[in-house]
Design a protein around this ligand. Structure first.
Ligand SMILES: Nc1ncnc2c1ncn2[C@@H]1O[C@H](COP(=O)(O)OP(=O)(O)OP(=O)(O)O)[C@@H](O)[C@H]1O
Length: 661
């Protein structure tokens, strides 16, 4: 089992030092060929009969094609030889022995064999393509399912392009291999075995010459496979890195433009593209050389066989028909031998693609359901003892941090733990603000409640229940969160806002419409949403990019409110709003938050006003808790942090409405 060890690839923007930038060096897969394909077989089992039918069609097609030289041999040695030796030029041959009839029969047979081969090739496709596409779909769903369940730490470590290329191009490669290369590989082997058997029957000596050529081919195949596998891996990894760069650059296109970094980004991108091109060229050259050998060596063997064969015919040890049939068969066997190079290369690419799948599928699920989840006491419990979807009416919960330590898995060794013994109790229904200097671990604290990360030591509890003892579904229904970066999806406004709303309230016309209106109203989003072309049914662009930062932030806030959580976690929720909008939203939030236990990360003194109490996070611990007034009076450190926040607060846009894009 392997996991990537490299950091996220360098994006183009960071490409200024690209020449010196570390090359992503993911650890090589430790899967053997046997392991990779035994695992693939488990997935292919469901389609094995259809694949077998495809293979039988392909093999039968090849055998029919191999029959054609046999027809030729009979024709040359039989009717044509008789006609040449026994029939006087002006004699009228009988219908039974007429060479014309024999030729017509032979041509008819060749046509029938050819048509049969064509029909069988078509049937091979019919049998193979649909199941291969099904396997591709199943594998894609499995991968996506895994990605959704892998811990946040996994996504910190892996570039999005790497995951994109694994779920798109790698799986396309697997489909092509299943639908074509695998079946052709097997049917080519059948062609080679049947063809060589026929060649041995026609002339063992000539067949021996042909077979002798197989020795260097096998030796070369071994070295080719090793080298090609390395190059295929490098190529697939580099195209994943390139996809990450494209994705990051497109996402950050405004930053690149605003900072005039377009050319710079292009240079970084071009260096990455050059590296991919170099690998692709090396791959094509290696494959080309192998193909060359696969053509040259059998051709040399055929040349030598022709020389020996002509001697045998001259000496009467072989008929002309047998020699002609031998060569036609040898030519037909040479074709799959040549094809095998390409099919082998496709198989190597597929092994690499599969290994890249297994790496993701084998990445450990570290944040999982406990073996016996505790039913969340704040949900009403149904007759079967399961937590019912609707939360019990107004029952605010406590949230507590007990001696919590936390360290990011990818943190450098010299860095101390982010949290080093955090103790904090948030009372039921209370709104508590966390204040601290930049990078002190405020967001990290929020992340630990819904288990986006698990504590390294200590406990986080909700109403006394360790969050790790709850099922993830219950825990995530209990909490709703807004993030500093307000991510929206390419859905309608309604679907974005009701994303986490209780099940059953997410379709138009249901009571969810009231919930939607209230959530939009609280986040002061109702007015701008009503100006959108289709109101709440307006599809918003990819990641909501067609909205301003302030609009996106308000929709994200509405989404958290509409989830009707017991615990609301707000990471600097008003940062993109202008002063007047912030005041309006703050007023409405104060009412909406009543009865909901809320932790709010405050980067601005005005956000602190929303809170009943404030906790100062300093040096990895809670250095004090109290009302803002108490903290101002009691803690010099708090005063200094607040002073820094006031100073850092940037000038607000003067226009009412929202912050500029
Ligand atoms: N995924 C991660 N992997 C490694 N280190 C991280 C990760 N996320 C955050 N950190 C580090 O952990 C520390 C705390 O980060 P966190 O985002 O919790 O701070 P914060 O107080 O919320 O900062 P800010 O005020 O800027 O929002 C920082 O030093 C940060 O660099």
């Amino acid at each position: 089992m392997t996991t990537p060890t490299s950091p996220r690839p360098q994006p183009a923007l960071r490409g200024q030092n690209d020449s010196a930038a570390p090359e992503p060096s993911r650890s090589r897969s430790a899967y053997t060929w046997g392991q990779t394909f035994a695992r693939m077989w488990q997935i292919m089992r469901a389609i094995r009969f259809r694949l077998l039918a495809g293979f039988l069609c392909a093999a039968a097609g090849s055998v029919f094609a191999l029959m054609i030289p046999q027809v030729l041999q009979r024709l040359i040695n039989g009717a044509l030889a008789d006609a040449a030796t026994a029939t006087p030029p002006n004699a009228t041959p009988s219908a039974a022995t007429s060479p014309t009839t024999a030729v017509l029969q032979a041509v008819g047979l060749v046509v029938v064999l050819g048509v049969l081969e064509a029909v069988l090739v078509y049937m091979r496709r019919v049998f193979a393509v649909t199941p291969a596409t099904e396997v591709e779909r199943t594998m894609r769903l499995t991968l996506f399912h895994r990605l959704l369940h892998l811990p946040t730490a996994f996504h910190d470590e892996w570039g999005s392009g790497q995951l994109l290329s694994r779920s798109m191009s790698d799986l396309g490669q697997v489909r092509r291999w299943l639908a074509f290369a695998l079946i052709m590989l097997m049917s080519d082997l059948v062609t080679i075995v049947v063809g060589i058997t026929l060649m041995v029957r026609q002339s063992a000596a000539l067949a021996l010459v042909f077979l002798a050529a197989a020795v260097p081919v096998v030796v070369m195949s071994y070295f080719f496979a090793r080298r090609y596998h390395e190059l295929a891996r490098a190529s697939q990894d580099r195209s994943g890195d390139l996809a990450t760069t494209v994705e990051e650059s497109v996402e950050g296109i405004r930053v690149l433009k605003a900072f005039g970094q377009g050319d710079h980004a292009l240079r970084g991108f071009s260096r990455q593209a050059d590296k991919l091109r170099d690998v692709e060229v090396a791959k094509a050259t290696t494959g080309g050389l192998f193909d060359l050998m696969l053509i040259v060596i059998p051709e040399l063997a055929l040349g030598m066989a022709l020389f020996i064969g002509l001697h045998q015919v001259a000496g009467g040890a072989m008929t002309v028909g047998a020699l002609a049939a031998w060569f036609t068969t040898a030519a037909m066997v040479s074709m799959p031998v040549r094809m095998i190079g390409q099919l082998f290369a496709m198989t190597v690419n597929t092994k690499t693609a599969l290994d890249r799948q297994w790496e993701v599928l084998d990445a450990p699920l570290t944040v999982t359901d406990p073996p016996s989840p505790v039913p969340a006491p704040w949900f009403s419990i149904d007759e079967d003892g399961r937590a019912a979807p609707a939360p019990r009416a107004a029952a605010p919960v406590t949230v507590e941090f007990h001696d919590v330590r936390f360290r990011y898995p990818d943190a450098p060794d010299h860095m101390p733990d982010v949290l080093r013994g955090v103790d904090l109790r948030v009372e039921p229904g209370e709104t508590l603000a966390i204040v601290g200097v930049v990078g002190s671990g405020k967001t990290t604290m929020l992340d630990l409640v819904p288990r986006l990360y698990d504590v390294t030591a200590g406990r986080v509890t909700v109403d006394g229940v360790d969050v790790r003892d709850l099922s993830l579904a219950d825990l995530r229904r209990t909490c709703a969160m807004t993030f500093e970066d307000a991510t929206l999806f390419s859905f309608s406004v309604r679907d974005n806002v009701l994303l986490g709303a209780p099940a059953g309230l997410q379709r138009p016309g249901l009571p969810g419409d009231g919930l939607l209106r209230r959530a939009l109203d609280t986040a002061d989003a109702q007015e701008f949403v009503s100006t959108l072309p289709r109101g709440v049914d307006t599809e918003i662009g990819e990641e909501g990019l067609s909205l301003s930062g302030g609009q996106r932030q308000r929709l994200a806030l509405a989404r958290a409110i509409a989830a009707r959580p017991q615990v609301l976690l707000l990471d600097d929720p008003l940062s993109a709003l202008d002063t007047r909008t912030e005041e309006r939203v703050s007023d409405r939030l104060r009412t909406a938050l009543r009865g909901t236990t809320t932790i709010i990360v405050a980067h601005r003194p005005s956000t602190v006003d929303l809170a009943d109490r404030v906790a100062l996070l300093d040096d990895g611990r809670i250095a004090g808790v109290g009302t803002h007034r108490e903290m101002m009076a009691a803690s010099a450190r708090y005063r200094s942090v607040i002073a820094d926040l006031e100073q850092a607060e940037s000038p607000q846009p003067s226009e009412p409405g929202e912050a500029a894009r």
